[in-house]
Design a binder for this molecule. Structure first.
Ligand SMILES: C[S@@+](CC[C@H](N)C(=O)[O-])C[C@H]1O[C@@H](n2cnc3c(N)ncnc32)[C@H](O)[C@@H]1O
Length: 261
């Protein structure tokens, strides 16, 4: 088990509730992810790399949609990556920061909610782009917090700022990195770069609301321990989310993709 970074944090896989929280992340953002993946021009026999695969829904989707291809699903902690024996998925324990793949190995490389958490994320992006075959695609998605800066709700701003500080201090996360994803993809030599954002609506009882609540629940003890929020803040924001008619936009997913020349 790691002693620092993601694997030692309140969102490590061994943390109680984390498998369920990853399920809320998938429910919230798989529709946007799979819409982008379904629109890509990929061969029937595509070789796919799913980095930091988490609980595995995107790897499962790729395997189901390219049954004549194959999917490599990686994570530093692979305990949640379970697939039917017939699925063309190979699970690999792999640290994307320190371990490589041969250049030009995959038709598509996808990473969601991964790079923002990593040290030296721009170098990881550069390396991931090299793992794509010429003509293949790199798809990167990460959450960003910028939209909350202009929220009219002071409590939402306070909780989002505390969350950003907590993730930065415990995991090393940059929740603002993804804002410039299209420029970053062009910077590593990708062409035909496109972007789509999925707003993280909260308060409406929908899927992104469930993800935000699950993340708040998972983070609350760490917030209290670090003094970033008091119990009254946590209760007040839960009450705000439950207020009839209240909605706002919290963490937003930025999805960007481009083609290797
Ligand atoms: C927020 S979860 C996202 C999971 C999945 N990509 C999704 O969007 O549903 C981040 C995942 O990245 C994994 N991870 C963290 N650091 C990693 C590293 N250095 N190399 C590979 N995976 C890593 C974590 O174990 C976790 O499963």
């Amino acid at each position: 088990m790691s002693t620092s970074g993601y694997g030692a944090s309140h969102v490590a896989h061994h943390a109680p509730g984390e498998h369920a929280r990853l399920g809320t992340l998938e429910a919230a953002f798989d529709p946007g992810t799979t819409r982008v993946l379904a629109g890509l021009d990929l061969p029937e026999t595509a070789s796919c790399l799913e980095l930091g695969a988490g609980a595995g829904s995107v790897a499962a989707w790729l395997a189901a949609h390219r049954p004549r291809g194959h999917v490599v699903a990686t994570d530093t902690d692979t305990r949640f990556l379970r697939f039917p024996p017939t699925a063309p998925v190979r699970v690999v324990r792999h640290d994307v920061v320190t371990e490589d793949f041969p250049p030009a190995s995959f038709d598509v490389v996808h990473a969601r909610a991964l790079l923002s958490h990593l040290p030296d994320r721009d170098r990881v992006l550069q390396r991931a782009a090299r793992w794509v075959r010429p003509g293949g695609l790199l798809v990167v998605e990460d959450l960003c917090v910028q939209v909350v800066d202009s929220s009219p709700h002071p409590l939402l701003r306070k909780v989002a700022e505390a969350g950003e500080r907590l993730f930065r201090a415990t995991v090393g996360t940059d929740l603002r990195w993804a804002h410039a994803l299209p420029r970053r993809l062009r910077g590593v030599g990708l062409r035909d770069v496109r972007v789509r954002t999925t707003p993280g609506t909260v308060g409406d009882g929908g899927a992104t609301d469930a993800f935000w609540r699950a993340t708040l629940d998972q983070s609350a003890p760490a917030h209290l321990a670090a003094g970033l929020l008091g119990p009254e803040d946590v209760e007040a924001v839960r009450a705000l989310l439950d207020t009839p008619g209240f909605t706002a936009t919290a963490l937003t997913m930025v999805t960007a993709w481009g083609r290797r020349a």
